[in-house]
Design a protein around this ligand. Sequence first.
Ligand SMILES: Cc1cc2nc3c(=O)[nH]c(=O)nc-3n(C[C@H](O)[C@H](O)[C@H](O)COP(=O)(O)OP(=O)(O)OC[C@H]3O[C@@H](n4cnc5c(N)ncnc54)[C@H](O)[C@@H]3O)c2cc1C
Length: 458
Amino acid sequence: MVVLSFTVRGRGINPCADLSVETPDHAHLHRAERLVEYVLNVATVTGPCLLHSPETRVQHSSEIVVVGAGAAGLAAALAFARDGFETILVGEASMARDGRTVALLAGSVRFLEALGVWPEIEPDAAPLETMRLIDDTGSLFRPPPVAFRSTEIGLTAFGWNVENATLVGRLGSAAARAENLACLTSPAVSYEPTASGARVALADGTKIDAALVVAADGRRSKLREAAGIQARHWSYPQKALTTILAHDHSHRQASTEFHTRRGPFTLVPLPGRRSSLVWVTSPEEAGRLAELPDEKLALAVEKQAQSMLGKMQIDGPRGVVPMTGLSVDQFTAPALALVGEAAHVFPPIGAQGLNLGFRDVAALRDAVMDAGAAGHAPGSEPALSTYRRGRTVDVALRTNAVDSLNRTLLSGLLPLDLARGAGLLMLAGVGPLRRAAMREGIGPSRGLPRLMRPVGPA
Ligand SMILES: Cc1cc2nc3c(=O)[nH]c(=O)nc-3n(C[C@H](O)[C@H](O)[C@H](O)COP(=O)(O)OP(=O)(O)OC[C@H]3O[C@@H](n4cnc5c(N)ncnc54)[C@H](O)[C@@H]3O)c2cc1C
């Protein structure tokens, strides 16, 4: 049910009249809004002493409210709406281009296929068939380059790389036309638990009551704070420069990660002879590079890439992102679940961040479906405890792995170099270990959410 409540004020009505209109569902919301508009217009026009309040307060109720229209929030809203939950998405999708791409691993692509959006994304995505790691630290124990091929584990590709803004734009278009999904653009300002779930208030005064609140509002999550969930923040002495490059040689569907003393320098394929760059380096160096004219930056990238893709040209906007990390002590609060960067942040190494975020969403969807089959509400403790249990290990494992690799690169300590080098040597040589590492790299070997599995029922 949707309630539109509004206030009529004026000299003739003292002190004021509170009126409300109820509609059975979101499909009737537009008609109800027109009715309110009509009443207010009539009041303003016909009664000289009637003035309507500048604020029309709107109250909604829904089964699920998702806050944050980034990739994780959009995917969550689409997933719940697809399963027939009456869903509201709060927030505005940002399509600002900053040269940032996301490599979506196989499980994430299967998830987007299940949501019905992958066919619209795929034409702008490039497959990642080979992943190369090159130690460029100058360490005494420098192992030879290692290359992993997706065919070794029976996949046509490890994943697909696409511009972040394109991904968000396509998910946003799908959300705008999805059934069971209403989109509100005003930002959320508060969350409070209620007897039947939780209430979210928006900056424009709208109140939404829902059985479950999905907080997908990013690393500075207001809802996480309002729910009293503690977050641990940390930072690295690094920034990442991002951009898109056109180059003379084909990338042959291979991404290459050079491990340098200042952080990883990664080129990831895009359709055609184009690649995206994530150059993690010192803040000073990132600042210097970001200020270079296009030709000089292209030359610097070509040099750092050891000319493996030939002559380069800058072919997109640039961005500079500080390297930070975040972990939370709880993934849930009463009738609330955190997903995506509201729950975890780490440096862009090994294409893990959003893939982990999509696994949060798909795991939450499974937990809610299973709880529903047992007669429990979406935000009930059985649903939330299943979600919590399922996410803790996966998120901790990825956060620690990325953090350790980044810190061993930065440390320059011989024993750490040795350990990293030995690890890479083993991955290069030992077949079963190599295949196990590849499988684990693209997602957890056990407990993958149902919509991410290669086969099997949803
Ligand atoms: C350089 C770089 C490269 C990366 N490469 C990869 C990669 O290859 N593969 C990968 O998997 N990951 C990658 N990542 C990580 C990935 O980009 C992030 O994990 C992902 O974009 C986070 O999505 P999100 O939806 O959780 O958060 P966000 O994108 O931050 O979205 C949060 C949304 O919530 C909105 N919001 C905030 N507050 C409110 C409020 N109060 N009310 C309503 N809305 C609100 C924001 O406006 C925003 O739209 C990379 C990251 C970086 C920096």
